[in-house]
Design a protein around this ligand. Structure first.
Ligand code: LLP
Length: 439
């Protein structure tokens, strides 16, 4: 590709206090780059809005996880919902990753990408019997079960297939986790997730006599974007107490799943320090003889992705300056849905520009359609490119066709080469499946 002569990323950034990683999108001679290519070239070649992923940066994060938890028997099950692109899943599969899935669609993706079925765990409060059947037929490792009704359904489906379904009960430890938004807290009793501690032992005991079920683990997931290891230590301790009580009843498990939710740095915030996390959790698990399952999503892919968008207009009123871009909530929902903060930079540095407080807004007909509000930014000109950082997780997977928007292309970069890993949607894609069929 043209202009591939820039040096691959060498800048080193910091994630947490002790985990050093390569900066996936360094600025070289005033231009933002990825893997030796400039983002400007990528935007010119593939159009905008555009998702760009740095492949090796994803590998690096996965390997950091493996290293941090090397002292315990473990399964790193990547949480597919964060970024489900097959190219991303294939990379992780090649490194030995398992998968945390929540639907038949994610099962399909994980299997297509070559993730070993025996490394797949299936979560979610609303699994259908058809989904359970598909997962059992694929031979997945285990179901993280969230209610008595679901456990009953699983036993029926497994018995009908003549197999045993391995399961863990997802415990709700009633911990209000320190996440930036209420929608990403899942560990307290006001949420739909998990089974109250007081009900779990009885359910495991019930399952003992039931055809089609085998208790294999115990599971907890307290939320997402958590930088403090302490609530994890508390949650794991709580479920390990239950493991002790189960042993007393003759029920032996093989794994404890601590879920995911490990924070990355969005602008100023703190990231999870993996070494501290492992120090807080691994010793508790080490003595139990149980395998530790961890389900990182955002941590592996979030900072390895950027959304590139082109400025369409700069609109000034008495009260505000709006930078109108060709991406908005339909391409990156996090700012609108969770008040999520993503760093935004000009792709080409403009030293002469005055910094103003602006709203970066998209083309969607909603007041809630924005990428940033009241953000100090060197004011760009129409036609210039902006890069939205930390967009590798819950970016593309949460895109939508609202307002007739076409989903953007995704490009993966490695060794100064770019690969389109999902082409931009077309008008045909937009209406695919819409037929007039009176029945
Ligand atoms: N395991 C379970 C059972 C989960 O529900 C989730 C995320 C994960 C693992 C992975 O969490 P992570 O490591 O990626 O934080 N859309 C929101 C996040 C929703 C997370 C849902 N569950 C956002 O953009 O912040």
């Amino acid at each position: 590709m043209r202009g591939g002569g820039l040096r691959p990323a060498t800048a080193v950034g910091r994630v947490g206090r002790r985990t050093r990683v390569t900066e996936p999108f360094p600025r070289v001679a005033g231009e933002l780059c990825c893997g030796g290519l400039t983002l400007r070239e990528l935007a010119d070649r593939f159009g905008t809005p555009l998702y760009v992923y740095n492949g090796p940066a994803i590998d690096e994060r996965y390997l950091a996880f493996e290293r941090a938890f090397a002292s315990v028997d473990r399964l790193v099950a990547y949480s597919v919902k964060a970024n489900a692109n097959l190219a991303v899943l294939r990379r992780l599969a090649a490194l030995g990753s398992g998968a945390d899935i929540v639907s038949r669609g994610e099962l399909h993706r994980a299997l297509l990408a070559g993730i070993e079925p025996r490394k797949i765990v299936f979560a979610g409060v609303g699994k259908t019997e058809a989904e359970m059947r598909a997962a059992l037929e694929a031979g997945i490792y285990s179901f993280n079960v969230e209610s008595a009704g679901e456990l009953d359904a699983l036993s029926r489906v497994a018995a009908a297939l003549g197999v045993e379904a391995c399961f863990a009960l997802r415990v709700n430890p009633d911990i209000v986790s320190p996440t930036p938004h209420a929608y990403t807290r899942t560990g307290h009793l006001e949420t739909k997730f998990g089974i109250p501690v007081g009900e779990t032992l009885e359910l495991y005991r019930w399952a003992r006599g039931v055809v089609g079920l085998r208790a294999a683990g115990i599971d907890v997931h307290i939320g997402s974007q958590i930088a403090d290891p302490e609530p994890y230590a508390r949650a794991v301790s709580r479920v390990l107490e239950l493991v002790g009580e189960l042993r007393g009843s003759g029920i032996e498990l093989e794994y404890v799943d601590m879920g995911g939710g490990f924070a990355i740095r969005y602008g100023g915030g703190e990231a999870m320090d993996l070494v501290s996390l492992a120090q807080a959790v691994a010793p508790r698990v080490a003595g139990t003889g149980l395998k530790l399952v961890v389900e990182p999503g955002r941590y592996l892919v979030g900072e390895a992705g950027m959304l590139i968008t082109r400025v369409l207009y700069v609109k000034r009123t008495d009260r505000k300056t709006f930078v109108v871009t060709d991406a908005g909530m339909s391409e990156l929902l996090r700012p609108s849905h969770y008040g999520g903060y993503h760093e935004i930079e000009l792709v080409m540095e403009q030293r002469d520009r005055s910094v103003e407080t602006v709203d970066v807004v998209g083309p969607v007909c909603e007041t809630g359609d924005f990428l940033a509000l009241d953000r100090p930014l060197p004011v760009p000109q129409p036609g210039e490119l902006l890069a939205v950082r930390q967009a590798g997780a819950y970016g593309f997977t949460m895109t939508m066709n609202y307002n007739g928007r076409l989903r953007p292309a995704e490009v993966l970069v490695e060794d100064a080469r770019a690969c389109v890993v999902r082409r931009r949607e077309t008008l045909d894609d937009l209406v695919r499946g819409e037929v007039d069929l009176w029945v």
